[in-house]
Ligand binder design. Structure first.
Ligand code: BES
Ligand code: MN
Ligand code: ZN
Length: 499
């Protein structure tokens, strides 16, 4: 979808979306249209339950005296609570209201909201961003959808004052959306199309943005001693890969040490010999969600030329049962030298991350390392689908992530770590086992990861199992792959690690 910004004007055809505050207070453009239509909009409001609350909308078809084919009144809620996120949601809802009208272009009129937390150009940029995020569809495998069932809108025009400023503010947001879309695409692909080799090839496309890419194959990983990652991969005909992406956007920084992002990339998780039940197993195509976020994040950072040195590492494997698969009880040696008794082959993500995280620290000496993984069903029991679980060895970065999460609408909730939990993964015959007991499953998983964090490295683990896929539409996140984590970490970097 093409997005453009123009000076305020009343459209002479097609749909126009206008804002209305709580209590039915029409913003300037709505007011002008109402006058031109001899009060038709006000009468329509009186005849309905529409009161301008956030989330409400009312469409008035072809009012006499107005050129527009329809006027969509969109509720903005209370002026005082209207901020970036509200503007994004407004844009998302506006897009949805006009997407299937049959028109090729539509206008969203952005008027000053007195008392709002952002200026008009910011509202315009954020509404455009929200509309763009809402327009995402994964439809490449739908060959028979009729044209009139598809979204018709190809161009969205945001009309406001200071439209040049709005356009400028939108430019980096469009790059973040590029990253979000890339992640959503990767997470949505089925596992017969997206497997370690093809996922690595997708990561490689970031080279054209100036990201340096390195791909390790199984021979190179064997030489490095990545017995845990390779143990997971050994049951599959699909060969594993480890991909490193480097974006050196701050070459002159005093402290050149990078911030690192590490992602779990299990392109399909059957559970292996500890096989999962059939019902719902298709969800495990998105068990590479952590890696998808890291790849999309690198795209966003490079796209908007973030002044940061960032490295992304993703461990890519497929977890299958077969005669070559690892067995419950097998002992593997990780790159760190520590040994693991694999009691459940379905607790595979931590095995992949153990080697990917170690390699990342060994090679790139990051000051901070954030891993993302669809790691445990237990985190969904704890937090549902609303918050990602956050585990960390540092309080400050937790505060930073909590703040960033609130401002982009990707909230995280801190979970505990501690020696008492750590004990639960001691093994009788190796340095550790890959499962704890029945309880606190996401915590024992995090404790396992912490055993692969080097002294002095600030570390955060985000368990995104509950937030990577959504079964319901939200204003800026259509159901399906959410790309939860891209906007969060982009914002974290922008707030604290640039320049
Ligand atoms: N990929 C799963 C976790 C998961 C579950 C992600 C549901 C998304 C939705 C992970 O590899 C797994 O199987 N975890 C096990 C761990 C257990 C065997 C200790 C789980 O959560 O049941
Ligand atoms: Mn598993
Ligand atoms: Zn898994």
């Amino acid at each position: 979808m093409k997005i453009s910004f123009s000076a305020p004007s009343l459209p002479r055809s097609g749909p126009v979306v206008v804002g209305v505050l709580s209590g039915g207070k029409l913003l300037a453009t709505a007011e002008r249209l109402d006058k031109a239509a001899d009060g038709a909009l006000s009468r329509a409001m009186d005849a309905s339950r529409f009161k301008g609350e956030s989330g409400q909308s009312l469409t008035v078809m072809a009012p006499a005296g107005v050129g527009a084919s329809r006027v969509v009144l969109m509720g903005l809620g209370e002026a005082e609570r209207f901020d970036d996120l509200a503007a994004q949601a407004y844009g998302g809802r506006a897009y949805k209201a006009v997407a299937g009208t049959g028109d090729k272009s539509a206008v969203i009129a952005i008027d000053p909201v007195s008392g709002a937390k952002i200026k008009t150009s910011g509202v315009s940029a954020n509404a455009a961003y929200g509309a763009l995020l809402a327009s995402y569809r994964f439809d490449k495998y739908r060959t028979k959808e009729k044209a009139d069932a598809k979204p018709s809108i190809k161009t969205l025009i945001l009309s406001s004052r200071d439209s040049a400023d709005a356009k400028k503010a939108f430019a980096p947001l469009a790059k973040i959306a590029d990253g979000v879309f890339f992640t959503r695409d990767l997470v949505s692909e089925p596992a017969n199309i997206l497997y370690p080799v093809t996922l690595a090839a997708q990561a490689k496309t970031l080279e054209k943005l100036g990201v340096k890419i390195q791909v390790l194959d199984e021979k190179q990983m064997a030489k490095l001693g990545m017995g845990a990652l390779l143990g997971v991969a050994q049951g599959s005909a699909q060969k594993p890969r480890l991909v490193v992406m480097r974006w050196d956007g701050a070459p002159k920084a005093k402290n050149k040490a990078p911030i690192a992002f590490v992602g779990k990339g299990v392109t399909f998780d059957t559970g292996g010999i500890s096989i999962k039940p059939a019902g719902g197993m298709e969800d495990m195509k998105w068990d590479m969600g952590g890696s998808g976020v890291v790849i999309g994040l690198m795209k966003a950072l490079a796209g908007r030329k973030a002044k940061v040195n960032a490295v992304g590492v993703v461990g890519l494997v497929e977890n299958m049962p077969s005669s070559t698969a690892q067995r419950p009880g097998d002992v593997v040696t990780t790159m760190s030298g520590q040994t693991v008794e694999v009691l459940n082959t379905d607790a595979e993500g931590r095995l992949v991350l153990a080697d990917a995280m170690w390699y990342c620290q060994d090679r790139y000496k990051p000051h901070t390392m954030i891993d993302l993984a669809t790691l445990t069903g237990a985190i969904i029991v704890s937090l549902g689908n609303e918050n990602a679980g956050m585990f960390a060895n540092d309080d400050e970065i937790c505060e930073r992530l909590t703040d960033a999460g609130k401002s982009v609408g990707e909230p995280v909730w801190r979970m505990p770590l501690g020696d008492a939990y750590d004990k639960l993964i001691n093994s009788d015959i190796a340095d550790m086992k890959n499962i704890g007991g029945r309880w606190g499953g996401s915590i024992t998983a995090a404790q396992f990861l912490q055993r692969y964090v080097k002294d002095g490295v600030k570390w955060v683990h985000l368990d995104i199992a509950g937030v990577t896929w959504s079964n319901k539409d939200a204003p800026t996140v259509p159901k399906g792959g959410t790309a939860f984590g891209v906007r969060l970490l982009d914002r974290l970097v922008a707030n604290h690690y640039e320049g």
